[in-house]
Design a binder for this molecule. Structure first.
Ligand code: FAD
Length: 538
């Protein structure tokens, strides 16, 4: 048996007992999304003592609500942001190699309806190939009308001139987050979900650790750490403001908020609306945005939007005009347009866009999509912005910044470049184009090389619904930090994001299994009311 066949248990009482033990950490991270988890893994892999606390579940925030693309960002190319694109293309390859069962290549077809579009976009996408260099996944091709329809048989044919086919990647965001957490833990890091960071501790006006509270028991803990990283996504300003009040900046000035949140809506419909193994990409919709139709886990994701928001809800809701926008734009391109009744799940994510200090934050399209790292007077390190695709590079930048400010010792970067994530052992590099399981309905492929271990757990052959077995729920509770029905149905399995109604129906049964495993309240009713918001009323 390989090392990987015996995963580390994630028993709550043991995690909390470790949290309560006195320890001088090198780095304490607040926030268990892509950014925080990436930093935790990189730091742990360099041999640092790492602790991470997440107020809800890992990836409960933006990191489970992305469009699921591992991409260089064709859009940023159009904006001339070459360095951002080049870095993302490089990171795309690393992720595809390090977690080949969770991140895979995907061809995209951009249909063209005007004579100049194929040439115009074709040149841009050829440049994308050039920038990718050896990291390229396949060549950009200009397609005639017939070939475009062969790739996208449900495309509206009227007025169609042709298309451009190019390559990018797709992934399972929340499962990648869980695997990052588990891989960091396998390198010695302590990660605790449902643990809220409530404040910071100081020694001579310098951050010396953090205060946190177990959300299950209300018990409070004080963690000593040489360095604290605030990786709380759109919520970074909450901790920054507390820090600013404790150690005011020059002339006692209040801390200026750095995030201008913008929300993106996705809708999921049945696969036959796209009936293709390629994604459709519309570069410029009526209001200048990009629209994707992406085959994912047996369904199709349609989205997204980019709407400024001023509140920071944990479960943001779509605005009526965003729903109409996605449906009406889909109607322009798909022969059979989805209606509200066809929507299986609708979910919303908040982008942590970074604004210049004086910006009022009403036009989010112009704000920076690159990540920003700030170190406060007291030494609190805040990182936000960027995208999932570049989480690894962001983590390296954070650790470099921490070392530059002498918060941690200087360590060698690059340790995670070829670090295979759990479940990827014994799998070949980048999955070949013919076995792209991420487009297929959920199932054992979501577990990579851990499948054989999970099959030894009770209930491996008993399906709760297609692709979700009782053994998978037990695995989530025992080895994947899952405590509630929401953890299982939203982020270990992705059922809530694929079919909210079915998730509501299955909740009581999943709850029974979880209660048996954890002896804790699995919060069935709370999940059912939350999941009702993922249904679209017709
Ligand atoms: C609509 C949309 C589509 C996107 N699509 C893509 C895509 O296709 N590809 C791509 O590469 N990127 C995409 N992105 C970007 C990407 O999803 C984000 O950049 C990334 O998920 C941000 O991760 P994060 O860890 O910074 O934030 P989050 O995932 O939000 O994590 C922050 C965490 O901090 C926790 N937290 C907050 N306060 C506290 C506290 N006091 N104590 C403890 N924990 C706390 C929160 O609960 C949360 O889990 C998309 C973003 C959006 C909004």
């Amino acid at each position: 048996m390989s090392l990987e066949s015996t995963p580390l248990p994630t028993r709550r009482h043991e995690l909390i007992a470790r949290l309560a033990q006195p320890c001088q950490y090198d780095i304490a991270i607040v926030g268990g999304g892509a950014t925080g988890l990436g930093v935790a893994l990189d730091a742990a892999a360099r041999g640092l003592r790492v602790v991470l606390v997440e107020s809800h579940d890992f990836a409960k925030g933006t990191s489970s609500r992305s469009t699921k693309l591992v991409h260089g960002g064709v859009r940023y190319l159009a904006q001339g942001n070459i360095s951002l694109v080049r870095e993302a293309l490089h990171e795309r390859t690393l992720l595809l190699n390090n977690a080949p069962y969770l991140a895979q290549p995907l061809p995209f077809v951009m249909p063209t309806y005007r004579w100049w579009e194929a040439g115009f976009y074709g040149v841009g996408l050829k440049m994308y190939d050039v920038l990718a260099g050896r990291a390229g996944l396949g060549r950009t091709e200009l397609l005639g009308r017939r070939k475009t329809l062969a790739y996208l048989p449900t495309l509206r044919a009227q007025g169609l001139q042709g298309g451009v086919k190019y390559w990018d990647g797709q992934f399972n965001d929340a499962r990648l987050a869980i695997v990052l957490a588990r891989t960091a833990a396998s390198h010695g890091a302590l990660l605790v979900n449902y643990c809220l960071a409530t404040g910071l501790t100081y020694d001579n006006e310098k951050v010396s650790g953090l205060l946190c509270e177990d959300q299950l028991t209300g018990k409070r803990y004080q963690l000593q750490s040489r360095c604290v990283v605030n990786a709380t996504g759109v919520w970074v300003d909450e901790l920054r403001q507390k820090d600013g009040l404790a150690v005011p900046g020059e002339h006692g000035r209040a801390t200026q908020p750095m995030v201008a949140p913008s929300q993106g809506v996705h809708m999921v419909v049945e696969r036959d609306f796209l009936a293709a193994d390629v994604a459709m990409m519309v570069p410029k919709t009526a209001d200048g945005r990009v629209l994707f139709a992406v085959p994912w886990l047996g369904k199709v994701i349609l989205g997204t939007t980019d709407t400024p928001r001023h509140d920071l809800a944990r479960e943001p809701m779509a605005f009526g005009d965003e729903i109409e926008f996605i449906l009406s734009e889909s109607d322009k391109y798909l022969r059979r347009a989805p209606t509200r009744a066809d929507v299986k799940s609708i979910w919303v994510g908040l982008r942590p866009l970074v604004k210049p200090p004086q910006d009022e934050g009403n036009n989010t399209k112009g704000l920076s999509r690159e990540h920003t790292i700030l170190v406060s007077r007291s030494g609190l390190v805040t990182v936000t912005g960027g995208k999932w695709t570049t989480y690894r590079a962001m983590a390296e930048d954070v650790l470099e910044k921490c070392a530059e400010h002498q918060l941690i010792a200087s360590t060698q970067a690059g340790v995670t470049k070829n670090l295979r994530l759990l479940g990827s052992h014994a799998l070949s590099d980048v999955v070949s184009a013919s076995v792209r399981s991420l487009s297929e309905a959920p199932g054992w492929h979501s577990y990579g090389s851990e499948e054989s271990f999970i099959k030894t757990l009770p209930g491996a052959a008993e399906e709760l619904c297609s692709g979700l077995t009782i053994a998978m729920v037990r695995f989530a509770a025992r080895y994947e930090y899952a405590l509630t029905v929401e953890d299982v149905l939203a982020r270990r399995s992705r059922l809530l994001f694929l079919d909210a109604r079915l998730a509501i129906e299955l909740a009581p049964r999943v709850g029974e299994i979880l209660r048996e495993e954890t002896q804790k309240d699995p919060k069935v009713q709370e999940f059912q009311s939350l999941a009702a918001n993922y249904l679209l009323q017709s």
